[in-house]
Design a binder for this molecule. Structure first.
Ligand code: IMP
Ligand code: MG
Length: 173
């Protein structure tokens, strides 16, 4: 284990099991029902999760990426969300989008993004997160697919960073 990590919160094995479960839930809901199922990963935190999940989804998903920032580094999440990298399609009205996130904290990032995508005219917008910290929620948010509920502790690994480090760890610590 990395020497900076206090304890493992979600192991590699648990991550493997949860991505299998979430892919099956997505297939159950979309198989034969969607022309364009788009897994929309939010950079950079969702990269390992998206990569593992997309390999297990059988409903022929399409992949897109967006980058957003909530201001402030380190362990703080601040109030406002800004789009750094957007995606563009002529057929957004045919797209069933699942936004793929690493973690939901205040809920501001996902809430803002869902509203943004709906305003752009997406056919449907759902949310999928590996981790959820419900105690920290500041805005109401419906989560369609989620992996683990965790206590209000700062976590790193499997895409999650502290000042850009530790994203490469294969577990959440
Ligand atoms: P929200 O908009 O407050 O829900 O924040 C979501 C974003 O905050 C995530 O995409 C992460 O980038 C970041 N974040 C929240 N909690 C943690 C954490 O414990 N470790 C690392 N990043 C976190
Ligand atoms: Mg992040």
């Amino acid at each position: 284990m990395n020497k900076d990590i206090l304890k493992v919160l979600v192991s590699e094995k648990e991550i493997d099991e949860v991505t299998t479960r979430l892919a099956a839930e997505i297939d159950r809901d979309y198989a034969g029902k969607s022309e364009h199922l788009v897994l929309l990963g939010i950079l950079k935190g969702s990269v390992p999760f998206l990569a593992d999940l997309m390999k297990k989804v059988k409903t022929n998903p399409e992949i897109e990426l967006m980058k957003v920032s909530s201001y402030g580094g380190g362990t703080k999440t601040s109030g406002s969300v800004k789009i750094i990298l957007d995606w563009q399609r002529d057929n957004i009205a045919e797209c069933d989008i699942i936004v793929i996130e690493d973690i939901i904290d205040s809920g501001r990032t996902l809430s803002y993004l869902c509203e943004y995508l709906r305003q752009k005219g997406a056919k449907s917008v759902r949310t999928c997160t590996l981790l959820d910290k419900p105690e920290r929620r500041r805005v109401p948010l419906h989560v369609d697919y989620f992996g683990f509920t965790i206590p209000d502790e700062f976590v790193v690994g499997y895409g999650l960073d502290y000042n850009e480090h530790y994203r490469n760890l294969p577990y959440v610590g």
